[in-house]
Design a protein around this ligand. Structure first.
Ligand code: ADP
Ligand code: MG
Length: 349
């Protein structure tokens, strides 16, 4: 049961970014899901933005990793240490998760065993209660859709490790499709392209900057360019070259093919009434990939369905888990005497 002074958190544990919502405060943390360790001693060196800043710049004994892969926890121990660190940062003290209720978003296609493992990881760390919620539902809620109606909605979430298309109706997922290529693989494709076409080796942070600065999903936008620095593969020396948006467009274009196929396949999978709703309502685009220039227009052209970008595509999942928390908060609010009794019991503990 919820106690009066329990803290309620909604967590979007993403492959690229972890976003935490706290009831009564709003979004209290938004950091890359990265952790850095000393390879030999196992000592924790940095977490979040600090660890991300080390990528490509750290000595060999520093092990930097994204502990989630394709939306699934690849390393439980490190994921839980990362979460522990983030919560500690918010709470400003070492007591981890005690008196916390947590809603945590997970991709809709993970198995119930994986879901339970995530809940147990969080509860093991001391949370009073942990509930996993399916990411497309949380993202749709956080983007302002009403899900309790008998009306079909399509959500396309383009994250770091997966792209997920889901059709929702009456608060549940009717059809869905996941592609295990997303923002991070697009960065890898850019690295490969620059290597192949320009004989230059660049790191992941540079590739991501290129994608965000001149990446485009539309061939008709004004041409832009940027200078990038990398290592010449022939003489091994640093070299600066100029890249154009039309070059990056060719890379993005190859990436988009399977994504558009997935949207079509999901529409085919869902019952005709719902497919009709989606065509009328349009597709809701969320996740960091929604910020790629021209992606909405491109999907609209290819599928014939209108596309709306969520207001805060990087935060809507966490906001949605927060909205679910608020519902729980209302439902199980204790009476004043109950709360007093619980507080007294806890003080004794
Ligand atoms: P996840 O939920 O998997 O953690 P996010 O929804 O946080 O993923 O999105 C992260 C991805 O979005 C990263 O791959 C990042 O490079 C990408 N991204 C962020 N901003 C932009 C942008 N302006 N243009 C293109 N991609 C972007
Ligand atoms: Mg996400």
């Amino acid at each position: 049961m919820l106690k009066r002074y329990d803290r309620l958190y909604g967590i979007d544990l993403g492959t690229s970014n972890t976003v935490i919502y706290e009831k009564g405060k709003g979004i209290v943390l938004n950091e890359p899901s990265v952790i850095a360790f000393h390879q030999h001693t196992g000592e924790l060196l940095a977490v979040g933005s600090e660890a991300q800043a080390m990528i490509g710049r750290a000595p060999a004994h520093v092990d930097i990793m994204y502990p989630l892969r394709h939306g699934v926890i690849a390393n439980f121990e490190r994921t839980s240490r990362m979460l522990q660190h983030f919560i500690k940062k918010i709470q400003g003290r070492s007591m981890f998760l005690r008196s916390s209720h947590i809603y945590i978003s997970v991709p809709c296609d993970i198995t119930s065993v994986q879901k339970r493992a995530i809940e147990e990881t969080v509860v093991h760390k001391g949370a009073r209660k942990a509930i996993t919620v399916e990411e497309p539902l949380a993202a749709a809620l956080g983007a302002g859709l009403r899900l309790d109606e008998p009306l079909g909605h399509m959500v396309l979430n383009i994250g770091g490790g997966t792209c997920q298309v889901a059709v929702l109706s009456l608060g549940g997922i009717v059809a869905s499709h996941t592609i295990y290529r997303a923002g991070m693989s697009l960065d890898q494709d850019i690295i490969e392209y620059v290597k192949r076409q320009h004989n230059i080796d660049i790191g992941e942070p540079t590739a991501e900057t290129i994608k965000k600065t001149i990446g485009t999903a539309s061939s008709s936008r004004e041409e832009r360019s940027m200078d990038i620095r990398g290592r010449d593969l022939i003489d091994g020396l640093p070299k600066t070259i100029r890249l154009t948006s039309s070059e990056i467009y060719t890379v993005v274009n190859d990436f988009l093919g399977p994504l558009i196929e997935a949207i079509r396949a999901t529409l085919e999978l869902c019952p005709p009434e719902l497919a009709g709703d989606v065509i009328e309502q349009g597709i809701l685009l969320c996740g960091g990939g929604a910020l790629l220039e021209g992606i909405d227009e491109r999907i609209r052209t290819e599928t014939g369905v209108a596309v709306h970008i969520a207001d805060r595509p990087l935060e809507c999942t966490a906001l949605g888990t927060g909205m679910m928390l608020n519902v729980e908060g209302k439902r199980s609010k204790p009476t004043r005497s109950e709360a007093k009794r619980e507080e007294a019991a806890d003080d004794k503990e």
